[in-house]
Design a protein around this ligand. Structure first.
Ligand code: CA
Length: 362
């Protein structure tokens, strides 16, 4: 080796040495994160979105935050995700917070409620309408800290094995429909059940349930729900923009540095956006395929059925808000957002899309 190379090597060694000496001052501990989920592994949109978030958080930190992801059933069952994280056995979950409405009805508002908010509306409420503060207060009561981490957009009304021409047609139906939407169906004489996504198909095929909602064309096509029920109703009153949650153990969250909190928030906000984009990109094509290839009968709930949904929703809301002071404050805040943000949506998104489609004949 020439002398010049030796000198270069020595300089490089000195630089590396300097880095090594300086490093402890800025070095941060590797953070091991176990993340559980309410979704089956690789389930399109919901499961893949949660997995994409887990990978993103690891990648954004060059593996310093090491997220080990467990789909539903791989570590705990779908509906045990909450307790697993609240207890500190795991640090994060990805799921739909309305699954926890039995613990407190306030949770339903942080996924979707009947006659609730669309994607853009709920984002406005959470970020600028006091929603995040109330979510923090509710989650704090259970030892959690939650963030928006995905959205399905407006969901379909569901799959039925007969036409629904009046609310009488709902009587006696055993339907998979979680959240406060299930309570609305109960008011109308149906029997709502809440079962995880991974078990819907077998229950519908076996006749254990007569009807189900799940998400929308892209997800429902994957689930092959058309094999057991042909009538596919829209729009779903129960989930107009289902927000998915990143739930974190509160002690874990508070142990993070300010910059790590920002990284988690950024990764989660990105998934909130990316998942919605993916659902919007794929639902239209899937709907066309369902009708073309599977003989699915698309139906719109008529005004009479929707009026009945509305009356039943009012009763369900009165019961939910009577639960506690916090439930009432969540409901009041939600109502304000629905009036104010929804009032703007009426003359912006709704009016524009309606006119565009009219002119184009869509
Ligand atoms: Ca749903």
């Amino acid at each position: 080796m020439k002398r010049r190379d030796l000198l270069k090597g020595a300089a490089a060694g000195a630089a590396a040495g300097a880095t090594t000496i300086a490093a402890p001052a800025i070095a941060q501990e590797r953070i091991e994160i176990n993340m559980v989920s309410t979704w089956p592994r690789d389930f399109p949109g919901l499961g893949t979105g949660a997995q994409r978030f887990a990978k993103r958080l690891s990648d954004m930190t060059n593996g310093r935050m090491q997220v080990q992801y467990f789909a539903a059933g791989e570590r705990v069952g779908a509906f045990d995700a909450f307790d697993e994280v609240a207890s500190g056995n795991a640090q994060m979950y990805h799921g739909a917070d309305y699954y926890w409405k039995g613990k407190h009805p306030g949770w339903a508002y942080f996924t979707a409620v009947p006659f609730g908010l669309t994607y853009t509306e709920i984002n406005a409420w959470i970020r600028f309408g006091g929603g995040q503060e109330l979510w923090d207060e509710l989650a704090g009561e259970f030892g959690l800290k939650n963030l928006m981490c995905g959205n399905t957009g407006v969901q379909m009304g569901g799959w039925f094995n007969k036409e629904i021409n009046s609310s009488d047609d709902l009587k006696g139906l055993k339907m998979r429909i979680p959240g406060l939407g299930g309570d609305v169906m109960a008011k109308l004489g149906a029997s709502p059940v809440s079962i995880p996504g991974g078990q819907i198909y077998e229950n519908l095929v076996s006749g254990a349930i007569d009807a189900t909602e799940w998400v929308g064309p892209w997800n429902d096509q994957f689930m092959k729900l058309y094999e057991a029920a042909k009538y596919y109703y829209y729009p779903g009153m129960h989930e107009p923009g289902s927000m998915l949650a990143l739930g974190m153990n509160k002690d874990f969250w508070e142990s993070l540095s300010d910059s790590d909190k920002l990284i988690v928030e950024a990764a989660s906000a990105m998934e909130n956006d990316v998942m919605m984009s993916e659902f919007n990109a794929k639902n239209g094509e899937s709907l066309a395929a369902l009708i073309r290839d599977q003989g699915v009968e698309l139906r719109e709930f008529n005004d009479d059925v929707y009026d009945a949904f509305g009356e039943a929703s009012d009763q369900v809301f009165e019961e939910a808000r009577a639960h506690s002071d916090l439930a009432n404050r969540i409901h009041e805040s939600f109502l304000r957002a629905r009036t104010e943000v929804g009032g703007w949506a009426k003359i912006s998104d709704v009016a524009y899309i309606s006119q565009r489609n009219r002119v184009l004949g869509v």
